[in-house]
Ligand binder design. Structure first.
Ligand code: NAP
Length: 339
């Protein structure tokens, strides 16, 4: 048997529902069967649930993209994976390496028509799998595939964050805290914004160089400029969307880069990009990352002994409560579900 959660749509409303069904079939050629031990939530999973009744997910979809499990069986032709190995599937299973192809979007785990990972047993393609860094627990490793990889891709695959450069991250959710930890590990000066003094204190303990309360300092872009002697931030993880984009453009340094990642205040950002021209600055569109990039992120985490920040771990049957907690915005870092 196999237990999972599904998004069920009834009377134009979507909700999570526990489902017990038959175990998946034996893995086909190129596939691996995983026993999932931990999964993590991302802001995207809230959007998927909230938007399911209007087409963001089909009725019966298994949600979530990020998980870690143990290999139970391997299909014909699979090389490099054996029963008992620990493995994590990539957010885009078919984006193995190289340039992004738009077809990968339809195959992202836990969205649209593609079942995700909130399932005790999971069939995945062997080419999508990465071995998590050995120093990470299953709960910690399950936080990497979306939030960790997005921050890594922005700052170290596309950007090349260097020691002494200034990095700005917005808020204290999953992507932002990975951004803080990864950039601080190479000696960058990380500025963190938050709506909570208590969270800013925790960010300083994690290595933030400076912190700004964006509720009390709504013109935080000016604060970034004054902290950097008028130069601005070399790298910005733009997570807020319409509420933050123009300020990110004002706060970015000449020659700097903004990673366009988030939609926390909506999808309709219409930033005024004119000044980027006179700064020789750029915007990089970032959409999670490839299997090869996830592998390099795990190597970096191992090299620097970085442990992801987990706010709370939920039991499998309490999965709906994990969504409620994410929606509350009270979390600092990642929410994990143990299966
Ligand atoms: N492009 C991609 O590939 C990609 C990948 C992953 C995530 N994302 C997007 O990135 C964003 C962050 O995702 P996540 O999973 O890290 O979210 P999350 O863990 O839920 O983080 C939410 C936190 O962001 C902060 N926040 C909320 N509204 C804000 C605003 N207007 N300005 C500044 N900070 C704000 C709050 O922090 P405080 O409580 O400290 O104020 C909140 O707790 C989401 O929009 C998500 O959809 C995109």
């Amino acid at each position: 048997m196999n237990q999972q959660f599904q998004i069920r749509i009834k009377d134009a409303k979507a909700q999570l529902q526990a489902h017990t069904g038959a175990a998946p079939h034996e893995p086909a050629a190129g596939q691996v069967l995983l026993q999932v031990s931990a999964a993590s939530l991302n802001y995207r999973d809230l959007l998927t649930l909230q938007g399911a009744a209007s087409g963001a997910a089909r009725d019966g979809l298994v949600p979530l993209s990020d998980a870690v499990g143990t290999v139970l069986a391997v299909g014909d032709g699979v090389r490099g994976w054996q029963v008992g190995d620990r493995a994590s599937p990539n957010f885009f299973p078919a984006w193995v390496d190289g340039r992004f192809d738009p077809s990968h979007l339809q195959q992202a785990l836990g969205g649209g028509n593609t079942d995700g990972v909130l399932s005790q047993k999971l069939l995945v393609s062997a080419q999508s799998l990465v071995a998590p860094a050995a120093h990470l627990s299953d709960e910690e490793a399950a936080t990497l595939p979306c939030a960790g990889l997005t921050a890594w891709h922005a700052m170290f695959e596309r950007g090349q964050v260097q020691a002494g450069e200034t990095v700005l991250v917005q808020g204290t959710g999953g992507v932002a805290l990975f951004g803080l930890q990864l950039a601080a590990a190479v000696g960058a000066r990380v500025i963190v914004t938050s709506s909570s003094h208590a969270k800013l204190e925790r960010a300083r303990q994690l290595g933030a160089w400076a912190t700004i309360h964006y509720g009390e300092t709504p013109d935080w872009d000016q604060q970034v400029l004054s902290l950097t002697e008028g130069l601005g931030a070399d790298h910005i993880l733009e997570l807020g969307g319409p509420d933050t984009y123009d300020r990110s453009i004002r706060a970015v340094a000449s020659g700097g880069r903004i990673a366009q990642i988030g939609v926390l205040s909506g999808f309709n950002a219409r930033p005024d990009i004119q000044s980027l021209q006179f700064k020789n600055a750029r915007i990089d569109g970032i959409c999670v990352g490839s299997v090869a990039q996830l592998r390099r992120l795990n190597q970096f985490m191992a090299q620097h002994r970085i442990r992801p920040v987990i706010d709370r771990v939920f039991d499998f049957e309490d999965s709906p409560a994990a969504y409620t907690h994410l929606a509350s915005g009270q979390h600092f870092g990642k929410l994990v579900i143990c299966l």
